[in-house]
Design a protein around this ligand. Sequence first.
Ligand code: ZN
Ligand code: ZN
Length: 189
Amino acid sequence: MIFSRYMKKDTYIHILLIGEADKLIGLREVEENIKKDFGFPTKTLQSKINPEDSYDPARKQYHSTKILKKMLDELPSDASKMIGITSPDLFIPILTFVFGEAQLDGKVGIVSLARLQQEFYGLPPNQALLQRRLIKEIKHELGHTFGLVHCSLRECVMFVANNIADVDAKGSSFCEGCRGLLRRGRKGD
Ligand SMILES: [Zn+2]
Ligand SMILES: [Zn+2]
């Protein structure tokens, strides 16, 4: 049985494209990375969620927690976890922006492409760099959904990134300690 090592045979990590996110990214590599690190097969879906409903006109940004709530409302029964990918710039009230947000030890997380793109900083587009950044941030937010908190090791993907230089400087995989916790978290799922 291909899925014999999973606790439940019919659970997937769902990748939810919110808005026009799919035009910006190569999904295959994202899917491969999720499978490899989290040990779940993936399903990719286009969401019906309209990010405009979470728009804050005063901040000209989108409230990520509101989008997470909507994701929970449409969580498929075979979704072990669901990670959203969207283009708008996200925020939570206490921060000027977030690269993403996730429920700690919960079901859903989201990543914004906005500040992962070179264009945001007035630089020419770089698809390969965008891809690397996106994979780091997806692993990071999914790590939170499996109960991982921030890690003090810069080489670990659970290191907290406050700006794009931090995203680029940190590693793209889990450190030994986080990997162990992840393994335990997966068993408890
Ligand atoms: Zn985090
Ligand atoms: Zn770590």
